[in-house]
Design a protein around this ligand. Structure first.
Ligand SMILES: Cc1cc2nc3c(=O)[nH]c(=O)nc-3n(C[C@H](O)[C@H](O)[C@H](O)COP(=O)(O)O)c2cc1C
Length: 375
C-alpha cells in the first residue's frame, strides 16, 4: 500500500506538478511551497494521516549518532527551510531529521538576482542566495517555545554584507549566533557550522588551518550544549581538506558534512549548455555527487574512528543514498533531489534502503557504513 502511494505521488509530481512548477520562477515556487508546507504543518490531523500513509518506520533504519536518535538516515539539507517553518512537515513526508538555515547573526535580503535557477539537463540548481535569512534574533523569538517532532539542527554561518569585515569581526559575528541559541534554550538538536558557502561578499574564509583554528577555538570557549557538525566544501583539493580535518579533530566536533555546492570548475555531469546559462556558477544536485562521494570515501578511511560523516550532494534515489552510506556516510542530506523527484523522495529512499539492506543481508543501516570506503 505504502509503495503504491509513494509511486503515485512520484508520478503525479514528475508528470503533472513539476512541469507546471517549472513554468514559474524558481524563487517564487520555493516561497510558495514553503508557505504551503507551513499551512499543512499547522493541521495536526493531517500529520498523522500523511505520516501513516507515506512515512517508512523500521528499526533497521534507526541509529544513535552524536547522542541523538535518528529514526532514519535521510535529512533535509540546509538551504530549503531558512526560518524553521517546516519541522512538522518533514516527518510527514518521511524525513528522519533536517537542518534549518543557514542563519546568520545579521539578516540579509539575498544576493542580487538570479538567486536561484534550474539546470534541468544537469539535474542541478544554480544557487546564489548568499545566506538570505531574517537573522538569528527572529529565529530565537519564533522558536523559544517550539517543539520539533524529529531532530532538527540549525546551520550557522557568517553574516553576509557588502561592508568589509575583519577576520576577527567575522569570528565574533559567528560566535554571537551560537551565543544567542545557547542562552535561549531552543529546540535544536545539533549545530551545523557552515564554513563552505561559496557565494558571500568579502574575502573572509575559514579554509586555512590558522583561520579555521581561530574560529573553532572561539566557538569551543562557549562549551556548546549540542553536538557540532561542520559543513565542508567539496571544491578544495584532498590535501586542503586533510589540513582542515586535522584542525577539526583537535576540537569537539562530532561530524562533518560532505558537502556544500560545487563552485566554478566544470564537473563532468554538468551539461555544457546549462553551464553557459548563468554568470554565477554555484551548483547543487548531480554535479556535486561525484566529488561528494569521493570525499566521503577518503575521509571515512582516514578519520572514521574520530568523526562521523553526513553525505550530501546529488541524492535522487535510494541507490544514491545507499552508495554514500557504503562509502562511509552515517546519515544523508538532500535538497535538489526533492525538487526534481518530488516530496515522496525521503519515504521512497527509506523504502528502497530497506530493500537494499535485505538484498545485501544487513540487519541495520549502521552495518553498511563504510563497506565500500576507498583509500
Ligand atoms: C536552494 C539552495 C539553497 C542552499 N542554501 C544553503 C545554505 O544556506 N547553507 C548550506 O549549508 N547549504 C546550502 N545549500 C547547499 C545544500 O545544503 C547542499 O549542500 C547542496 O545543495 C548539495 O546537496 P543537493 O545536491 O542534495 O542539493 C543550498 C542548496 C540549495 C539547492
Amino acid at each position: 500500500m505504502k509503495e503504491f502511494l509513494i509511486k503515485s505521488v512520484k508520478y503525479s509530481y514528475t508528470l503533472i506538478l513539476r512541469p507546471v512548477f517549472f513554468l514559474f520562477d524558481s524563487e517564487t515556487i520555493h516561497t510558495t511551497l514553503v508557505n504551503f508546507g507551513t499551512q499543512i504543518g499547522k493541521i495536526t490531523p493531517l500529520h498523522f494521516l500523511i505520516k501513516k500513509l507515506i512515512r517508512i518506520e523500521d528499526v533497521s533504519l534507526e541509529q544513535n549518532i552524536a547522542g541523538i536518535k535518528f529514526d532514519n538516515p535521510i535529512g533535509l539539507a540546509a538551504g530549503f527551510d531558512y526560518e524553521a517553518k517546516l519541522p512538522n512537515v518533514l516527518p510527514m513526508i518521511g524525513f528522519g531529521f533536517g537542518t534549518v538555515g543557514t542563519i546568520t547573526n545579521k539578516p540579509y535580503e539575498g544576493n542580487p538576482p538570479p538567486m536561484l535557477g534550474r539546470l534541468i539537463k544537469s539535474k542541478s540548481l544554480l544557487v546564489n542566495k548568499g545566506f538570505k535569512n531574517s537573522g538569528i534574533a527572529k529565529i530565537v523569538n519564533q522558536h523559544k517555545n517550539s517543539k520539533f517532532p524529529i531532530p532538527i539542527g540549525i546551520s550557522i554561518g557568517k553574516s553576509n554584507c557588502r561592508e568589509q569585515m575583519t577576520q576577527q569581526e567575522a569570528v565574533n559575528d559567528v560566535v554571537e549566533s551560537f551565543k544567542e541559541i545557547e542562552k535561549n534554550n531552543l529546540p535544536f538538536k545539533y549545530y551545523e557550522l557552515n564554513i563552505s558557502c561559496p557565494n558571500l561578499y568579502g574575502n573572509i574564509e575559514f579554509y586555512s588551518s590558522q583561520k579555521l583554528r581561530e574560529l573553532l577555538a572561539a566557538i569551543t570557549t562557549l562549551r556548546l550544549s549540542r553536538p557540532l557538525f561542520i559543513k565542508m566544501p567539496i571544491d578544495k583539493r584532498n590535501t586542503e581538506v586533510n589540513e582542515m580535518l586535522n584542525v577539526i579533530i583537535s576540537f569537539p566536533v562530532q561530524d562533518v558534512i560532505f558537502g556544500n555546492l560545487w563552485k566554478d570548475k566544470n564537473p563532468k555531469s554538468l551539461d555544457q549548455e546549462d553551464d553557459k546559462k548563468y554568470k554565477k556558477r554555484f551548483y547543487s544536485g548531480k554535479p556535486t555527487e561525484e566529488r561528494s562521494n569521493e570525499l566521503i570515501g577518503l575521509v571515512y578511511k582516514k578519520y572514521c574512528d574520530r568523526l562521523t560523516i553526513i553525505g550530501c550532494g546529488g541524492v535522487f534515489s535510494p541507490e544514491d543514498a545507499y552508495k554514500k552510506i557504503r562509502l562511509g556516510a552515517s546519515l544523508v542530506e538532500l535538497i535538489t533531489g526533492l525538487i526534481y523527484q518530488g516530496p515522496q523522495l525521503p519515504a521512497e529512499i527509506n523504502f528502497g534502503l530497506l530493500r537494499l539492506l535485505k538484498k545485501d543481508g544487513f540487519k541495520n543501516i549502521s552495518e553498511v557504513i563504510g563497506t565500500d570506503a576507498i583509500g
